[in-house]
Design a protein around this ligand. Structure first.
Ligand SMILES: [Zn+2]
Length: 722
């Protein structure tokens, strides 16, 4: 067993080294600097501080409250450990995990620092010994679990407490991703120890959580130090979750010897995925909380020592693992929030070399994660966080920008090292749309959530809008020409680009960022991803090109024939450019033929018929080769609306949607969720449950009082089961 308390030879620092008087700031500051550098070198063996550490330590030593947001591996603990050495008395460290406490105390002891911990797992005589050491002033740091804290306040009152450090401070906030009820008691700290400075630290906290930590701990005016969360060496990659296993195998092909982690949502899938990898010859092991402790630590060791370089795990794996050469992290399913995602991908590339974070995403993941939150105490905000995660997964702008923005860092440059930066969508000038949205948010005094902002912009005539008198706002209906779904997508893009923020802790209201103000008042221009995306796979494009080529050849043959007959050079009939234009525009009528470049009146009269015949014949043979569902989809992809496709093909709208579904089932990339909202999918699911999973669609149609079309019911059922 490791020693609980190492009686270090140095003991507490001699008094003359300790800076006690922080009031005379200017003259003392140099003294701080020398002392802190000495302590850093002497106790921790470092010559220089890491980013932000020194400023934080100065702030703490000045007796001020401090909030520190620093990613894992950034040197967070030093921010209270070093001041603990510089100040007289004992620093109390509140930490939620017994294992973490023990690790930190062991490390401090190893550095010759008098530290110990106190928690309910200890024997009474050991607890007594710890308290005696505390009361006799022998401890520089005492780690305490939040549950044990209030048993000790009497002792704390009778001894000198230099500083209170609240580690993993996000646990205090219901907006954090790891809420612990025992942490809420910590709001009493300020009353019990009004003279003692507090430092709250966490590795992951979005803006809402940061505000909540400050509020709950009563640290008004606390200085915030947010270290950059950027890990530029990790390539961020999100892919649709179809045929995940095949995709994983393809991903791993050139990575046989690399170390990586695959995160799954369930224990069962960790076992399945690991078994499949082993069957393919990979050295992989499953890891989850249900495996016996001894076996778990063996698996962990094998991973750390590269004996078994791949771990397939639930999120139980990774805490406290400091393996620097993890080259990739795969999320087999979408994580439940961005904090978790960031923490997990952050386990790769700690050595600063290139790493790859690959996440699979499907709507089925969202449904499953929603089920996990049902009935929990914090359901509403968990759903809000899940929704933000989904928006990240569906992002059409730089992912790193979205990620950093989420953690309150405002970046202006795209990263160049994410899937979106590498294969960007088509962009349009989004300045006007952004101005409209930002102006609506401003006119709503930043008090409304996304739904209402969209309603106002679209000019929706609903009760809530009228109740609040929003129909009188200048921006009411300012974006009525943009379909609801598209407008929502644009707003999500603005969130991901750091132009707007969602304040989850205040009813999810939308708030403007400094960039938004630049757009509104300084004419800053922005780009938005065009929502009409050509999604054809490359092989299909190549095929299309060759069919086009066929037509061009046919047109050319005709031209040669006509030229020979007329005894003129071919270009006199039509230039190549004209033939290309025909091939592009595929005219069907004489008036359409008149639009072709190089077609004047004379040529129209002379040649329209013969060329139109060739083109029509070519189209007919093509179409007869194309299955009916494919044809509908092709037309839709060419820019027609569903109604137009239905009219052109002489089939019902319902049938057209059926064709899309079929294309999707056949493995084509069809974004079905653009036709149905998440709320509607949930409705269909609910109906399925209430109707007892009936056969056929009629019962659903009746259930929805004939208000939901058949095709939408079908989509709902399909997307739910993916
Ligand atoms: Zn990027």
């Amino acid at each position: 067993m490791a020693p609980l308390f190492l009686n270090c030879t140095e003991g507490p620092a001699p008094k003359q080294q300790i800076i006690l008087n922080f009031t005379a700031m200017n003259s003392q500051e140099t003294a701080h600097t020398t002392t802190t550098h000495n302590l850093l070198k002497t106790h921790f063996g470092f010559d220089t501080f890491r980013p932000n550490q020194e400023e934080i330590i100065e702030n703490v030593l000045a007796g001020k409250n401090t909030l520190t947001i620093m990613p894992t591996g950034g040197g967070k603990s030093l921010c209270f450990q070093l001041p603990a050495l510089a100040m007289e008395g004992t620093t109390i460290v509140i930490s939620p995990l017994i294992a973490l406490m023990k690790d930190q105390v062991d490390a401090l002891n190893a550095n010759g620092i008098a530290a110990s911990y106190y928690n309910s797992s200890q024997l009474p005589e050991i607890q007594d010994k710890v308290l005696t050491n505390l009361m006799t002033g022998q401890l520089k740091l005492l780690y305490v679990a939040p549950e044990s804290l209030w048993n000790l306040t009497n002792y704390f009152q009778k001894t000198e407490i230099s500083l209170i450090a609240v580690d993993e401070a996000h646990c205090i906030s219901a907006w954090g991703h790891d809420f612990r009820p025992a942490y809420t008691q910590l709001s009493r700290l300020q009353q019990e120890f009004p003279q003692t400075p507090i430092i709250a630290l966490t590795a992951t906290a979005d803006r809402a959580t940061q505000d909540d930590i400050v509020k709950q701990l009563g640290m008004d005016g606390a200085k915030r130090f947010v270290s950059s969360f950027d890990r530029p060496n990790i390539y961020l990659d999100v892919r649709p979750g179809q045929q995940r296993m095949q995709q994983v195998l393809r991903f791993l092909k050139d990575k046989e010897t690399q170390s990586g982690i695959i995160y799954c949502l369930s224990r069962k899938s960790t076992l399945n995925v690991a078994a499949k990898l082993v069957a393919k010859g990979y050295k992989a092991q499953a890891y989850h909380a249900g495996i016996e402790a001894e076996e778990r630590s063996r698996i962990q060791e094998d991973f750390i020592n590269d004996k078994s370089p791949i771990i397939v795990a639930t999120i139980a794996f990774g805490m406290g693992i400091d393996k620097s050469n993890v080259r990739w992290v795969i999320h087999y399913n979408m994580p439940k929030n961005i904090e978790g995602y960031y923490q997990e991908i952050g386990r790769s590339g700690r050595d600063g070399l290139p790493a790859h974070g690959l996440m699979f995403y499907s709507f089925a993941d969202v449904i499953m994660l929603r089920k996990f939150t049902e009935g929990t105490q914090t359901e509403a905000f968990q759903l809000a966080k899940l929704e933000r995660m989904q928006q990240f997964a569906e992002a059409l702008s730089c992912r790193r920008k979205a990620l950093l923005t989420y953690f309150g860092e405002h970046v202006t440059q795209d990263c160049g090292n994410c899937d979106i930066c590498k294969t960007p969508p088509n962009f349009i000038d989004g300045t006007l749309i952004a101005q409209k949205v930002c102006s609506a948010v401003a006119r709503l005094k930043e008090q409304e959530a996304m739904g209402m902002v969209l309603d106002v912009l679209r000019g929706s005539q609903n009760a809530q809008v009228f109740e609040k008198g929003y129909q009188n706002l200048k921006t009411f209906g300012a974006a009525k020409d943009i379909p609801w779904k598209d407008l929502q997508q644009y707003v999500i893009q603005l969130l991901n680009q750091g132009i707007l923020e969602i304040w989850f802790h205040e009813n999810g209201r939308l708030v403007l960022t400094p960039t938004a103000k630049k757009i509104l008042f300084e004419g800053k221009k922005i780009r938005l991803a065009d929502l009409i995306q050509p999604v054809e796979p490359t092989t299909k494009k190549a095929k299309k090109k060759s069919t086009r080529k066929d037509l061009f050849e046919k047109l050319r043959t005709l031209r040669t024939k006509l030229a020979t007959e007329a005894g003129v050079p071919a270009y006199v009939i039509f230039s190549d450019a004209s033939l290309e234009d025909m091939e592009q525009k595929l005219p069907r009528t004489v008036s359409e033929f008149a639009e072709i470049s190089g077609v004047g009146r004379a040529k129209l009269e002379k040649y329209a018929d013969v060329f139109l015949q060739i083109i029509a014949k070519h189209q007919d043979t093509l179409e007869s080769k194309v299955a009916t569902h494919e044809r509908s989809f092709q037309l839709f992809e060419s820019g027609m609306t569903v109604a137009e496709v239905s009219k052109k093909r002489g089939v019902s709208v319902n049938t057209v949607y059926g064709h899309f579904l079929k294309m999707h089932e056949l493995g084509h990339k069809v974004n079905l969720s653009q036709f149905i909202t998440s709320a509607e999918i949930v409705e269909v699911q609910k109906a399925k449950k209430e109707l007892g999973n009936p056969e056929g669609l009629r019962p659903y149609f009746d259930y929805f009082k004939e208000q939901m079309p058949y095709w939408k019911i079908k989509f709902g059922l399909f997307l739910e089961s993916v």
